[in-house]
Design a binder for this molecule. Structure first.
Ligand SMILES: [Zn+2]
Length: 229
């Protein structure tokens, strides 16, 4: 779909908007004279910078931005084929959106663009649901930190392995809080795919297999050897 086939909903000037091509919020100053150009009037202090551009590239700042979307693709481009220091190319529904310094930055721009286009098309994104970010229990094989860690059903993994059991929930809780999801109980965490206990909670596994390890299906003696014989 080309730019000019996309639908457009009007936003009153002065309202706070987000833009496909830039992080942060802006004051909407109306369409630019030439829609190919983006004009930003930098503000200092607490005022928002003013923005003029193609009205199809902005939406009200309050819209929900999806946490993942099949239309967004971020790929690393070979050296020499991208602007300096910006190797991550973002496509949205096969439209080439632009280059970014980091994968995370590219993904954010892609998801924001999807949300803005959907808003103009009258498709409202749903807010994140706790089921979209369910904790999964994994075996830590890095050799650093404690034996298990939580990843997320959305594909997120902690950057560093937890050093203690008391801290093991913290990275996941921060991740979920980023989507407005509060979680203080991990009893419903499920073992990730690839383990004997995959799909089960701790309670479910140990009720069915009281003496077996959920990651290996071995008994304590099989894992560590019997101390008494
Ligand atoms: Zn998640």
């Amino acid at each position: 779909m080309t730019t000019h086939e996309r639908p457009v909903r009007a936003i009153p000037t002065g309202n706070t908007v987000i833009h496909t091509g830039h992080d942060g919020q802006f004051r909407w100053d109306g369409p630019s004279d030439d829609l190919r150009f983006v004009q930003i009037a930098i503000a200092y202090g607490r005022d928002l910078s003013g923005l003029r551009c193609d009205p199809r590239d902005v939406a009200p700042a309050g819209i929900t931005i999806p946490t993942q979307d099949g239309r967004v693709a971020v790929a690393k481009v070979a050296r020499g084929l991208h602007p300096t220091d910006k190797p991550w190319l973002v496509d949205v529904a096969s439209d080439r959106l632009g280059f970014h310094k980091t994968r995370r930055g590219g993904l954010a721009a892609g998801l924001r663009t999807v949300a803005i286009r959907d808003w103009h098309a009258g498709v409202e994104a749903k807010p994140a649901h706790p089921d979209d970010h369910h904790p999964l229990t994994n075996l830590n094989t890095t050799g650093q930190g404690i034996r298990s860690y939580f990843s997320c059903s959305c594909g997120w993994k902690p950057k560093r392995m937890p050093e203690s059991g008391r801290m093991s929930h913290v990275p996941f809780m921060r991740h979920a809080a980023g989507f407005g999801i509060r979680r203080d109980n991990f009893a419903d965490a499920r073992y990730a795919d690839g383990y004997p206990a995959a799909g089960m909670t701790w309670n479910e596994w140990y009720a069915a297999n009281p003496d077996r390890d959920p990651f290996t299906n071995l008994t304590h003696d099989e894992r560590f050897g019997s101390a008494t014989t």
